[in-house]
Design a protein around this ligand. Sequence first.
Ligand code: NDP
Length: 240
Amino acid sequence: MDYKKVAVVTGANKLQGIGLAVVRGLAQQGLQVVLTSRDPAKGDAAVALLKSEGLDVLTQPLDVSDLASVNQLKSFLESKFDRLDVLVNNAALWLDNLDGTTGSIFETQVSTLEATLAANLMGPLLVSQKLIPLMKRHNYGRVVNVSSGAGQLSDMASGYPSYRMSKTALNALTRIFAHELKDTNILVNAVCPGWVRTAMGGPNAPRSPEEGADTIVWLATLADGAPTGGFFRNRQPLAW
Ligand code: NDP
């Protein structure tokens, strides 16, 4: 029987965000996308925009750092679809510039690191732990962890240390899930979207959200037998 693939994108509420551009790209390819947002009203507004473009998208609340919220989304997916095909762990925070420190690691506040890891690392961990089992049931899944060149060990530098460490750790999480799932048709990859004009990237970034979303959508729709446990930018492998 034919069915629509079901996709979840985290942190997809911002109208100029990469997450919403990913939702749009997946919906345009015919997937049933569940746009998630920690603020339900913002999720509704984002879905209204996509509906005005003729796209059929659902929204559900999700705070990736909150186990009860993740479990609530899992229950929704089970009762509505009994499956999940695509998970894009996109939600993230960049707090280093907000805590009044210079960005030197000598000044890094443990509270900033904890809050950053809660969203950027523990969030994808919890969401993956709870939702990948819905992929295992039918042995198909594409998991895309939206990381950053800021987390590359091969290109590590100083500046915004909490964000950098969170993305390096997310890359490790990607490799660990990919290894555990290596004998399945569930592919787990990390991606750097490039520098993108969003609330996080700022107005001077060269890429539009759609350009930032391109490699994410590509990884979310990889064919069977495609790479797993990789890191990509511009649809090309990137050094860890
Ligand atoms: P934005 O800041 O525009 O959007 C981030 C989204 O994450 C928002 O929707 C935000 O929700 C959500 N979010 C944060 N914490 C949580 C949480 N606990 N639960 C659920 N949602 C949460 O970021 P971008 O669109 O620029 O970034 C998307 C991804 O791309 C991120 O992973 C980022 O690290 C990565 N990236 C971005 C780059 C860039 O240049 N923009 C460069 C490299 C990587 P809310 O609106 O409620 O705050």
